[in-house]
Structures are given as C-alpha cells and as structure tokens.
Design a protein around this ligand. Structure first.
Ligand code: NAP
Length: 404
C-alpha cells in the first residue's frame, strides 16, 4: 500500500477537488464498508443535531467565543461552553503525526468516505516542521491556519525503547505537546484532540481503569518519561480551558496496531514486533521467540477503528475530560494469545518459545470503555483475528517499504 508518487510531504485531502483522487492509490482493498456503517445511529440524527448545535455558535470567531464563556471546572459547563464556541465555517483540520500508524489510518478512512465536504484535511510529519521547535511549530500553524487539530505527533516506542530512553521520551514529548497546544491557542484553533495512552495510568491501581484515574499514582517505571509527558497534556487541556476557555481535549487509546506501524523488533510495540519475528522465522525456518512469559494482558485496537473514533471525537465529543477508546474488557488478550493469532494468520508452523529472561512490562492495564459505549453503544470494532490477519497481509505485501 504505497502513496502515489506525486504525494508531497504534506498530504492534503480536500474532499471536493482532485487531491482526493490523488490519494486513491493509498487506499486499498482491506478498507471496506465498515467505514460507512460505523455510526448508523449518528448518520440519521447525531450529525444533524451537531449542525444545529453549531448554528448556535456566536460568529465563528474562536477568540471572541472564548471571551464570552465563563470557564468552569464543572463538566456540564465545560461541554456547554464548548458547544457554544463552534462556528459554522468550513473546517481545516491539521493532523500532526499524519504519517504515522494512526495518522495513515485517519488518511485512509477520510479518503474512503468518512470525510465531509466542509472539511479540508492536512496531514503533516516531521518533514513539515520539527514540533520540538517552538519557532517551527508556530510557522506551521501560521502557514496552514487550522480551525481544528488532531495532535498525534510524539516520540513513540515499545517497552524496550522506553526502558532505554525515558529522559528522551519525557523531553521530546513535553516540548512537542507544549508547542502544539500553545500554537493552537495563539492561532485561535477551535478544537484540539490530542492522544494519550492507557500505558500512562498508575501502575498500582484497581481495574478496570477509567478516565478519572490518570493522575492517581506513579506510572509503571518502565515508561515513566512517556507517561508523565502524556499526562501533562491533560493538565494543559484543563489549564487552557479554565484560563482561556479553549476546547482542547484528548483520547486515550489502548495498544494500537495496523498497516504502517513500526515493525522494528527492538523498538516497536509488541504486536508489530511479533509480526516481523514470525515473518522472519517463517522465512528462515527457525523457531519463534516471544520476549517475556507471554502472560501479560492487553487490549488491542485496530488503527482503522481508532481512526473512525478519532473523527467522531473531533466532530461530536464535547468534553475537555479525555475519553478511553478501547475494545471491551472481555476482548483483552494475553501476549501468548496475540502471538498465536499471528502464527495462525501467517500460517507459521514452527516452534513457539518464550524467553522469560526478558522483561514483561506492566502485567495488565485493563481499561473500561463504558464512557465510549455510553456515547456510541453500537460502534462495531473489527474482530481481533481479522484485524491481525489484515495487518499481517499488509506487512508481507509491503515488506520492503514497511518501517522496520
Ligand atoms: N502505537 C500505539 O500503540 C499507541 C497507543 C496509544 C497511544 N498512541 C499515541 O498515538 C499517537 C500516534 O502514534 P503512532 O503509533 O501513530 O506513532 P508513529 O507511527 O510512531 O508516528 C509518529 C508520528 O509523529 C511524527 N513525529 C515524531 N516526532 C516528531 C517531531 N519532532 N516533529 C514532528 N512530527 C513528529 C512522525 O513524523 P515522521 O514520520 O516524519 O517521523 C510520525 O508522523 C501518539 O501520540 C502516540 O503516543 C499510540
């Protein structure tokens, strides 16, 4: 699944002009009608309601709207204030980290029918601006003048990279997040949706984890740099709301996987790393060695499902408080079960070995998706084994160009 050759570093997906056609080669067979049927209840009524709400907005000038609102820590007030701020003008949505796993999934879902005619999507990467630089970040925002932002850009990595580089994860992500949120504030962006992660929750906690528990205790020591940096996004979102009335919010996905992931065995996340290992073991006729005991448990979310949920959050979720985007607790699987799903998908027939000298990381971080289900009771997640199969097929097909 390759981008067409004419695609520049910045990918624009204007839903009404030739740029969309330009993106068509990026989209491929494994996206299907799920994109269009994800929100049946929303298509009939929710969208209209949202438009009516938008009509209430005063003038569409976000700076003006901010001044009219009286910030309050109360959730209902926050939601009301955010609704009032929405203008009726076309949206220009800037996606930072637009070339990564999640960014590419949003590109694909937008290009395959989820985009709307009043939206212009701009996907940027580190080639457009190094977001650790305040000057480059501000220039990026002044160039594109977004009305909305999906903020994905981050230093991201698996357990072993986190253990090695906690300081780098903290510093880079703190700089990126502060630069993006402050530039968004200065440029009058109407809404920002940033991305946290369930691995930032306290290590010692009760299960299931929910959105109210982010700051209740220290995160697991293996990834404290990444975790504290991500938690500060939530702190900043509250600050921007309470001081300036900004509609900055965040989502909390569980472990994401899918096409365009980082399949590096040392530095990537567990599932893409395992896919790469199975691919090599099959090629070499060797055993598959899984790092750790295989006992830790994870909730995995397919990047294309996450992309559809991100778009819903951008358009319709009105709270400043974050929302967990996850499959249900009943869909949590052990690392062993995940490895077995990959083995089956890739038809690997060799031996499976668990190297128990390697770290397991956090044993589990079971998250509740009750809040998500309250809003979207009928959202359909792609079954885990089907999503694994699609990802394995993508990796095998794109082996030479995949990040690894
Ligand atoms: N993957 C997961 O399992 C997972 C789980 C929960 C939450 N998340 C969160 O989801 C978001 C997206 O993750 P992902 O897995 O899609 O990451 P990814 O595939 O590693 O992509 C990272 C993106 O960030 C950009 N980026 C990194 N450093 C940058 C910088 N200094 N300036 C500008 N852009 C920069 C990269 O641009 P280049 O391509 O140019 O380097 C790339 O587009 C992140 O915020 C991550 O914390 C991920």
């Amino acid at each position: 699944m390759q981008a067409c050759a004419c695609r520049p570093a910045t990918v624009r997906v204007c839903m009404c002009v030739h740029a969309r056609a330009c993106l068509q080669p990026v989209a491929k067979a494994h996206m299907d009608v799920r994109c269009r049927t994800a929100f049946p209840e929303d298509q009939s009524g929710g969208g209209d309601d949202a438009e009516k709400e938008e009509g209430k907005g005063g003038g569409g000038n976000p700076q003006e709207a901010r001044l009219q609102r009286s910030p309050s820590p109360n959730r209902k007030h926050r939601a009301l204030a955010m609704t009032e701020a929405v203008g009726a003008k076309p949206k220009r949505i800037l996606v930072t980290g637009g070339t990564g796993l999640v960014g590419r999934a949003i590109q694909e879902v937008v290009a395959n029918g989820e985009g709307q005619t009043d939206e212009e999507w701009v996907f940027v990467s580190s080639r457009d601006a190094d977001l650790t630089s305040a000057v480059e970040t501000k220039a990026l925002f002044e160039k594109h003048k977004p009305t909305h932002v999906i903020h994905l850009a981050a230093m991201v990595g698996g357990l072993f990279k986190n253990i090695r580089c906690n300081l780098d994860f903290w510093r880079r992500n703190i700089h990126i997040n502060d630069n993006v949120l402050h530039s968004a504030y200065e440029c009058g962006v109407q809404k920002v949706v940033s991305c946290l992660s369930t691995c930032i929750f306290p290590d010692k906690t009760t299960y299931p984890i929910d959105e109210t528990m982010i700051h209740n205790g220290p995160p697991h020591s293996s990834n404290f740099g990444y975790s504290y940096a991500k938690r500060m996004i939530d702190v900043q979102n509250r600050g921007y709301f309470e001081q300036h009335g900004c509609r900055f919010t965040a989502v909390i996905p569980t472990n994401v996987f899918g096409p365009h992931d980082n399949f590096n065995i040392e530095d990537g996340h567990v599932l893409p790393g395992l896919i790469h290992k199975v691919y090599l073991a099959k090629q070499n006729g060797s055993a598959l060695t899984v790092w750790g005991t295989g006992k830790p448990r994870r909730q995995f979310i397919y990047s294309l499902d996450l992309a559809r949920l991100f778009i819903w959050v951008l358009r319709e979720y009105e709270e400043v408080e974050p929302i967990i985007l996850s499959v249900g607790e009943e869909d949590e699987v052990s690392i062993r079960e995940a490895a077995e799903a990959i083995v089956e998908a890739m038809d690997f027939r060799g031996e499976l070995i668990f190297d128990t000298t390697k770290a397991d990381g956090q044993f589990k971080k079971t998250a509740s998706n009750a809040k998500l289900r309250h809003y979207l009771p009928n959202f359909q997640f792609t079954p885990f084994r089907q999503a694994v199969k699609e990802t394995c097929t993508w990796f095998s097909t794109n082996y030479t160009s995949a990040r690894k």
